[in-house]
Structure formats: C-alpha cells, structure tokens
Design a protein around this ligand. Structure first.
Ligand SMILES: [Fe+2]
Length: 205
C-alpha cells in the first residue's frame, strides 16, 4: 500500500485532447494515468516515507543507478523522463521554431531545425526496443542528438543538458499508430514539439 507524501508526477501542462490528432486523448490518458502514474505507485512502494520526504527524483536516480536491483532506478527514472516528456510537447498552435536568440544560433550552427528533426527521427527509429531520443545542450553549449535505452536519463552519465525528449516506448504510440514508430515520431516532430520549452532549457544555467 502506497503512502503518498510526495507527488513526483507533474500535472499535465495541456489538456488530454490538446495534441489530437497527432496523439489521441486515449493515448495521453493511458500514457499519463496508467503508465506514468503507475511508475509513481511502484516507486512509492519501494522507498520509505523518509526518503519520499527528503529525496528528489534526481537524488533517487543518482543513488540507485548502481544497485543490482533496478526497481527504484527504473521507476524513478521513468517518472523523471515522463515529466520532461510532457513539457516537451504542446498544442500545434504554440509549436513554433524560434527565429532569433542563442538557441536559434546554436540550432543554426548544428545545421538548422530541419536537420535537428531529421536526426531526432533517426535517433528515435534506430533505438532498438524501448527508450528515448533527446535534444541536448552539450557542455560546450552546442546542440547534439542522443538516444538512450529503457529508462536511462541522458544526463546520468554525461554533462548533457536535456532540451527536448521523444518517448519511443510502444505505449507512446501503439494505440494511434500500431507499430509505425516512424510515422508517430515524424508527426510529433512536425506538429507538437515545444520549441519554447527547449529554448528555456537551453538558456537555463
Ligand atoms: Fe512513456
């Protein structure tokens, strides 16, 4: 029985039907209410009330990743990744590429938004099995694309600062796209990526 003293899962930053038709309300509901909150229920069963009060998700991830028992790490990391994922998405009307500023300049140096989207698509479709594709700021303040497997957050073993994330677990798209991961990711990248959030993250310390 979970004793909930902490909410690790954020509130959705949009309505569940705001991303349709690119991601359906049904997918958002199952993904958020069942998968994301399911990781939290599992995590709260694995840690003490004291840990819930005193440890952030980052603390739990960092302190558990070397444990042979992967349960705390996997659930905490998946909660963190999904919190970041919801912030990485937005309704189409607000999904716009910035046209000036430090983030725009870094994207331009990388090759432009089209190249970013192509490389994110390649990372997402070439990730074997479950995982994540990431847009990051490197320690040299450059743009880079990464991919990680299963629950791994990109920042755990690197100096990379995440800017955006794409979920390529099947639960992110199977109800809408069946096995067509590429179609799903293309649709997300073209229509509902929160570039304003990426820019905020780029400019953050
Ligand atoms: Fe997911």
């Amino acid at each position: 029985m979970s004793i909930r003293t902490n909410h690790y899962v954020i509130d959705l930053p949009f309505q569940a039907d705001d991303l349709a038709p690119y991601i359906s309300k049904e997918t958002i509901d199952v993904h958020y209410q069942k998968h994301h909150k399911g990781y939290e229920t599992a995590l709260l069963d694995l840690i003490s009330v004291k840990e819930q009060k005193n440890k952030s998700l980052q603390d739990l991830i960092i302190h558990s990743h070397a444990n042979p028992d992967r349960r705390i790490y996997n659930n905490a990391a998946q909660i963190w990744n999904h919190n970041f994922y919801w912030k990485s998405l937005c309704p189409t009307a607000t999904s716009q590429h910035p046209t000036k500023g430090a983030f725009f300049d870094a994207i331009t140096a990388f090759g432009g938004f089209q190249k970013v989207e192509m490389d994110l698509l390649t990372a997402a479709t070439s990730q074997f099995g479950s995982g994540w594709a990431w847009l990051v700021r490197t320690e040299n303040n450059q743009i880079a694309i990464r991919k990680t497997g299963n629950a791994d957050p990109v920042w755990l073993n690197s100096a990379d600062h995440p800017l955006l994330i794409v979920d390529v677990w099947e639960h992110a798209y199977y109800l809408d796209y069946k096995n067509r991961r590429k179609d799903h990711v293309e649709s997300v990248l073209k229509n509902i990526m929160n570039w304003s959030f990426a820019e905020q993250q780029f400019n953050a310390a």
